[in-house]
Ligand binder design. Structure first.
Ligand code: SF4
Length: 343
């Protein structure tokens, strides 16, 4: 019996196809309310508290976002779903009611993501018009007493656009406008983790020599060169054990269930609710039986890095993100070597 289980359903999808998306580019399908109710019911005997979220991808994307929020609250057991500093910028620029609804929550700041100029941001968000919408969303927040926080994901091919974002912050007068709304404007730059869709950006991953192009005051992440991580993990005979307390389960629109450890790849899958019982899914999770969980818990890091790491690479990672990258690489290389090449 767990203290808490969080159940997060991809019940509507997302308008974007971001190139850094850890979830992946799944199709947008609706998960019916009745199905969500049935699944939540099935999990209740495994935890004292259940938190329900009807979204994994962009929150509030669906037209019935208010009903969905009510349903999440209704279905949660001995707990309430949280609101985060996240919103649907797609909805914010299209639905005049949405900003008033957002104002009811005790959240003052909302995060928006830019990648550089218009062309670069549209490219990385995977949708033409995204850049303009993000700027418009920023203005809507500020005109309604709220605060935007901007983050920028950094790669080799947008390093030269940091200055553009900084000049945009100035020209939109964001610092002063935030102060008027009672808070500070926040901006930060980071790499994200190299999994999900972002793994495809490995060739563009920044290296130590690129750091000098990033103003220190905006850059977050304790990054180490891959070749240094390689050397230190090569000496490490321990395994990268996972913490299985209070699970967060991600349920996609085909009813596959994944743990909240890395991305939603086949090797992390715990089972499928159309085929497997909830008891089996809980067992796979608790006993680390999915292939990726098994690998992390049983293969020493020294072995894992010698199989999947690159001893010459200058690319930068945090140690934890690098271990996930190694685990995912192990399976992706295995799929690539299979004759049928099917994942
Ligand atoms: S990163 Fe977020 S907004 Fe972008 S595609 Fe993924 S879920 Fe949607």
């Amino acid at each position: 019996m767990f203290e808490k289980i969080s159940l997060c359903f991809d019940s509507n999808g997302c308008p974007n196809r971001c190139r850094h998306c850890w979830i992946g580019h799944k199709s947008n399908e609706i998960i019916e309310k009745e199905k969500i109710i049935e699944i939540v019911k099935g999990f209740t005997k495994y935890a004292n508290r259940i938190e329900v979220y009807s979204w994994i991808r962009e929150p509030d994307y669906s037209d019935n976002y208010k009903e969905q929020w009510e349903l999440d609250n209704e279905l949660s057991v001995n707990s309430k779903p949280q609101r985060f500093e996240l919103l649907s910028f797609y909805r914010l620029v299209r639905d005049k009611e949405y900003i008033n609804w957002l104002k009811k929550f005790d959240i003052k700041k909302y995060q928006l993501t830019l990648f550089g100029k218009e062309e670069t941001t549209d490219y990385y968000v995977g949708r033409k018009g995204a850049y303009k919408e993000i700027l418009e969303a920023t203005n809507i927040l500020l005109n309604n007493g709220l605060l935007p926080r901007w983050q920028m994901f950094i790669y080799k091919n947008n390093l030269d656009e940091i200055d553009y974002i900084l000049s945009l912050i100035e020209s939109m007068n964001l610092k002063e406008r935030c102060l008027k709304n009672g808070g500070e404007f926040e901006f930060f730059i980071h790499t994200g983790s190299c999994d999900g869709e972002n793994r495809n950006n490995y060739d563009q991953w920044i290296e130590k020599s690129d750091i000098k192009k990033i103003p220190k005051q905006y850059f977050i992440g304790n990054l180490i060169e891959e070749k240094i991580l390689f050397e230190s993990l090569l000496e490490n005979k321990e395994t990268a054990k996972l913490n299985n307390n209070n699970p967060i389960f991600y349920i996609d629109n085909e009813f596959n269930v994944y743990p909240n450890f890395s991305d939603m790849s086949e090797h992390w899958k715990l089972g499928n609710l159309n085929i497997d019982s909830i008891e089996n899914i809980i067992q796979v999770y608790s006993e680390n039986m999915s292939p990726a969980q098994y690998l992390r818990n049983n293969i020493p890091l020294s072995e894992l890095v010698s199989i999947s790491g690159d001893s010459k690479s200058n690319k930068l990672f945090t140690e934890n993100d690098y271990i996930d990258y190694l685990v995912n690489s192990y399976f992706i290389n295995m799929y690539m070597n299979r004759k049928d090449k099917k994942i």
